[in-house]
Write a protein of this length. Structure first.
Length: 329
């Protein structure tokens, strides 16, 4: 995949150079249109190849279906109940699942179904936001360090290595608890301490990309460094970024769940899957529904994204035997 993208980028740079040197009398707009059409055709062909390899992986397809159903449940699940997650039914305290309360109620009379819908929605927002932000920050920092090299590279790696050895979980817990467990603050804190490992991997891969001919050609043409990084280096890390984005959702869900379970994440009156697990942990034997439903959603979410991440890695990696063989596990 990287070789194909590199060839396309080199072709783009060469075409730009030819267009710049050619006079109006010798330019051929039709040939440029044909070149663009062939380039679009190659991109479309690669997209179909990746999709076909991904669909061969049955577990990956199952993971996509589960994730889509979970997202649909978090968005439209509240339409099937008259209760909000903050409503309390004092006539039904700690009641098992029934026709009135599908998933039962907790000690305060809150409907577990409504709480589960809202908790899944909150956990998904946190997980996807943190995963996207960490990948963006890691891609820019890692590729920039590799491209500029020298003192910039050494300083960036020193900061990354320092942050990697800092007890981030304790800092996450203290900061989140100090700021009253606001989920927006939790997103910011998880992003600040979640990009370093990915950035180091991206830096390692980008050190070879900065030596490619298309980067040298772009520098010779006077293209600005930021444009080279954003257009010629980061796009060639596409497969790595996509896989890290997918698996980052799993890591964030587990981190948010752990923090909320320990009382350092999302705080009441808001609800997340982690807070629901914390509330139900002490009543697993007496009121198992308080723990079973949020735990089941956490398992489904993490398993589905793991399957999707494995499928994307196999589909985007041309050397993957699993993707080429049909994804049978």
């Amino acid at each position: 995949m990287t070789t194909d993208v590199t060839t396309d980028v080199t072709t783009d740079v060469t075409a730009e150079a030819t267009s710049a040197d050619a006079s109006p009398a010798t330019a051929h707009p039709a040939s440029h249109k044909e070149l663009s059409a062939r380039r679009d055709s190659r991109h479309l062909g690669r997209g179909r190849l990746f999709l076909r390899r991904f669909l061969r992986n049955r577990l990956a397809v199952v993971g996509v279906l589960i994730f889509v159903l979970l997202v649909a449940f978090s968005v439209f699940g509240s339409l099937f109940t008259s209760y909000a997650y903050s409503d309390a039914d004092f006539a039904a305290l700690t009641q098992p699942p029934s026709a009135a309360h599908w998933f039962g109620t907790n000690q305060g009379g809150n409907d577990i179904y409504a709480s589960t819908v809202h908790g899944l929605q909150r956990s998904l927002v946190i997980a996807v936001s943190v995963s996207v932000l960490t990948v963006v920050v890691a891609a820019i920092v890692g590729s920039s360090a590799a491209y500029f090299g020298g003192r910039v590279e050494k300083a960036t790696l020193a900061v990354i290595h320092f942050l990697l050895i800092v007890p981030s979980f304790l800092i996450l817990a203290l900061v989140s608890h100090r700021l009253a467990g606001d989920w927006r603050v939790l997103i910011a804190v998880l992003t600040v301490f979640g990009w370093m490992s990915t950035a180091r991997v991206i830096w390692s891969v980008s050190t070879s990309l900065r030596e490619r001919d298309y980067v040298t050609a772009a520098e010779f043409m006077g293209v600005r460094p930021l444009r080279i990084i954003l257009r010629h280096i980061i796009p060639n890390l596409g497969s790595l970024l996509i896989v890290n984005l997918t698996l980052g959702v799993v890591a964030t869900v587990l981190s948010e769940t752990a923090l909320s379970f320990l009382g350092f994440g999302v705080q009441t009156p808001d609800v997340s899957l982690g807070t629901m697990l914390a509330d139900g942990a002490g009543t697993v034997t007496s009121a198992p529904w308080l723990f079973a439903f949020p735990a089941g959603l956490v398992v489904l979410l993490t398993v589905s994204m793991t399957f999707v991440g494995d499928g994307l890695r196999d589909a985007l990696d041309p050397t993957s035997v699993t993707g080429a063989a049909g994804g049978r596990r």
